[in-house]
Design a binder for this molecule. Sequence first.
Ligand SMILES: NC(=O)c1ccc[n+]([C@@H]2O[C@H](COP(=O)([O-])OP(=O)(O)OC[C@H]3O[C@@H](n4cnc5c(N)ncnc54)[C@H](O)[C@@H]3O)[C@@H](O)[C@H]2O)c1
Length: 242
Amino acid sequence: MRLHGKVAIVTGGAHGMGEAEVRLFAREGAKVVVADILPELGAAVVADICTTGGTAMFQKIDVSQALIAATLAAYGRIDVLVNNAGISGSAVGDPDSIEGWNRLIAVNQTSVFLGTKLAAAEMMKTGGGSIINISSINGFVGSDGGHPGYHASKGAVRIYSKAAAVRYGPHGVRVNSVQPGYLPPMLNGTNGNTRALAVAQTPMRRIGVPIDVAYGVLYLASDEASFVTGSELVIDGGWLAQ
Ligand SMILES: NC(=O)c1ccc[n+]([C@@H]2O[C@H](COP(=O)([O-])OP(=O)(O)OC[C@H]3O[C@@H](n4cnc5c(N)ncnc54)[C@H](O)[C@@H]3O)[C@@H](O)[C@H]2O)c1
C-alpha cells in the first residue's frame, strides 16, 4: 500500500502506460482519477478497478482546469499528478507542417505546463505532492524518422520539469520526469514498424512493457522518493547508455 490515502490523477490513463499506472496505483491504495479523451476505454478501466476493491473515477478531459476541479469535488485533494497523455509524431503526419508542430507542442508540452501549474497550486495548500511528467528517450536525442515536434516537445518536458522542481520545491511539491524507451506502439501508432530494429538496438534485447514504466512512476509518486525532485528516470533497457 505504497500510495495509501493518496489521491492520484493520471492523464491518458485509459490506455497504454497510463492504464498500467492507474491499475498499479489503485492496487497500492490510491484513489485514482483516470483522465482521458476516450470515455469508453476509460470507463472500462475504472469499472475493473472498482470491482477488484479499488477506488477510481473517470474524467473526460482535454482541459486541465476541469480535471483539477472534478478531482477536488470528488476527493477533496490532489497528492499525485502523472502528466502522461501524449500523441506520437505519426498522429500528426507531415513533419514540416506548422499545424502538426503546434498540435504536438499543445498535447505533449503545453498540457504538462498547465497541469503542473494547476496541480501544484492545490498541492501547496495541503503541504505538498508529487508530479511526474512523462518525457521520452526522444527528448534526449533526435532521429531521422521521428517527428521533430515530438522530439522538441519531449525535450521541453525534461527541462520544464527541472524548472518546476526548483520553483515548487520550497512548498513541498516534487516534480520529476520519466523517459520511457521503446514500448508497444501508442494508440495512434508510433513505432510499430521499427519494433525489430528497436529490439536489436536495446541492450536488454526486448522492448519495454507498460508495467516497466509504471513501477518507476509509482516510486516517484510514493513517499519513498521524498528527497527526489528535478530528476530524470530513464526506463529504456539501456538504449540511451550506448
Ligand atoms: N510507446 C512508446 O514507445 C513511448 C516511448 C516513450 C514515451 N512515450 C510517452 O509515454 C506516454 C504514454 O504513451 P503510450 O505509449 O502509453 O500511449 P497510448 O497512445 O497507448 O496512450 C496515451 C493515452 O493518452 C490519451 N490522450 C491522447 N491525447 C490526449 C489528450 N489531449 N487529453 C487526454 N488524453 C489524451 C489517449 O487517449 C491514450 O489513452 C506518452 O506521453 C508518450 O509520448 C511512449
